[in-house]
Design a protein around this ligand. Structure first.
Ligand SMILES: Cc1cc2nc3c(=O)[nH]c(=O)nc-3n(C[C@H](O)[C@H](O)[C@H](O)COP(=O)(O)OP(=O)(O)OC[C@H]3O[C@@H](n4cnc5c(N)ncnc54)[C@H](O)[C@@H]3O)c2cc1C
Length: 395
């Protein structure tokens, strides 16, 4: 016999979307539980995004979890691009009237949210097996097994925050959902190391051998990526092979300044653009990677997850506080309008900076012309800067 619990909102997935939504709802007095298939340590062990838009920082402040972010996060007022052996600067602060981004790892955001949730006594069920969702067009129910026992949660709403491979989007009837997808014909081989970053800025490199990115998580922890083929295996790369390849792709000053060291983590990520429409199905809402994926070139994945959560948390607060369904009725359209702009920007950055296999000489020349235009046009740089730091919310 299943143990039955009742909450207002059941959240599936304890990634950044689920944890942030849970925290915002908890602070608004909305009873919620998070059901996560992995352990807390596993979730914290995932190395992912690191660049936060100001709107994401504002939302983390609203959730009461921004103290360490303000102490340890690195404010970046621009970024750099290397092309043809030269380095170019895109100054966000000047181009956008003062806007910046903050470098603070997704792992740290997750840790801060988990600790806040634990200290405030809000419930998270880790290591939930066989999670399934039911009746989300009427009286939603979540079922799972934990330590061998069956559990059931009855709720008003389900928030599907369970990422690209999760169960919530997969539970929607195929006829009710439309998906849009582009899988890029290359990947990123990433390496994390306890070494100081090569520059105080991120450096995006377009090189004939392929794209490279010099990024960071702190002033002592660096994250580097090189474009690789889709079938690349991270284990077949020694650290030395990675550092040698990175040095070949960055500009000479960066190659000279690069401090190398043993890797803490090395992995290959596939690059994909994906959107599922709509994001509401009766009393089920999708948020974050459950509904969309962007290639990481535009640093938008985590920020988009946060912007979905912002729309959804406000809609649910409006529902419970004001008895208004306007917010939940508009959730999908509002979220998707922002998502498609980020999809466009991420696709554009990806197309601009990578070697596209078999694209041909014409495409190479167009890419070169586009970079020349970018580095000579304030309007083009402003467009890049505005999209990178995050477009303003329309509400
Ligand atoms: C390898 C990698 C590298 C990335 N690098 C960057 C980057 O550099 N920059 C950037 O902006 N973005 C990056 N991203 C994207 C960014 O990390 C995501 O956009 C962000 O994690 C989305 O958060 P989320 O909470 O929506 O989804 P997730 O972080 O995927 O969290 C979903 C959670 O749901 C859980 N779950 C899944 N299925 C179930 C189930 N059936 N039942 C219960 N729980 C379930 C998962 O275990 C997970 O904890 C990267 C993503 C990956 C995968």
């Amino acid at each position: 016999m299943a143990e039955i619990k009742r909450v207002q909102v059941a959240i599936i997935g304890a990634g950044p979307s689920g944890l942030l939504l849970g925290q915002l709802l908890h602070r608004a007095g909305i009873d919620n539980v998070i059901v996560e298939q992995r352990s807390g340590e596993y979730v914290l062990g995932r190395i992912r995004a690191g660049v936060l838009e100001q709107t994401t920082v504002d939302l983390l402040e609203e959730a009461g979890v921004a103290q360490r972010l303000h102490e340890e996060g690195l404010i970046h007022d621009g970024t750099q691009m290397s092309f043809g052996g030269r380095r170019y600067e895109i100054n966000f602060r000047k181009l956008t009237g003062g806007k910046t981004v903050t470098v603070y790892g997704q792992t740290e955001v997750t840790r801060d949210l988990m600790e806040a949730r634990q200290s405030e006594g809000a419930a998270t069920i880790y290591e939930a097996a066989d999670v399934s969702i039911h009746h989300f067009d009427s009286r939603p129910v979540v079922r799972f097994r934990k330590d061998g026992a069956k559990h059931e949660i009855a709720c008003d709403f389900i928030a599907g925050c369970d990422g690209y491979h999760g169960v919530t989007r997969a539970s929607v009837p195929a006829a009710a959902i439309k998906t849009f997808e582009r899988v890029y014909p290359f990947g990123w081989l990433g390496l994390l190391s306890e070494t100081p970053p090569v520059s105080e800025h991120l450096i995006y490199c377009n090189h004939p051998r392929g794209f490279a990115l010099c990024s960071m998580r702190s002033m002592t922890r660096s994250r580097y990526y090189v474009q690789c083929s889709l079938d690349e295996n991270a284990e077949s790369w020694t650290d030395q092979m990675f550092w040698d390849e990175l040095r070949r792709r960055v500009d000479p000053a960066a190659a000279e300044a690069l401090v190398t060291g043993p890797s803490i983590e090395k992995s290959v990520a596939q690059l994909r653009s994906f959107v599922a429409e709509p994001m509401r199905f009766g009393k089920l809402f999708l948020a974050g990677d459950a509904a969309h994926i962007v290639p990481p070139t535009g640093a938008k994945g985590l920020n988009l997850a946060a912007s979905d959560v912002r729309f959804l948390a406000r809609a649910l607060v409006e529902f419970y506080r004001d008895r208004s369904e306007a917010g939940i009725d508009h959730y999908s359209a509002r979220a998707l309008a922002r998502i498609w702009k980020a999809e466009r920007f991420s696709w554009w950055m990806t197309s601009l900076l990578h070697r596209i296999p078999d694209a041909g000489e014409f495409a190479d020349r167009i890419q070169r012309a586009e970079l020349d235009y970018l580095f000579s046009s304030v309007a083009a740089q402003t467009s890049l800067a505005e999209n990178y730091v995050g477009l303003p919310f329309q509400d």
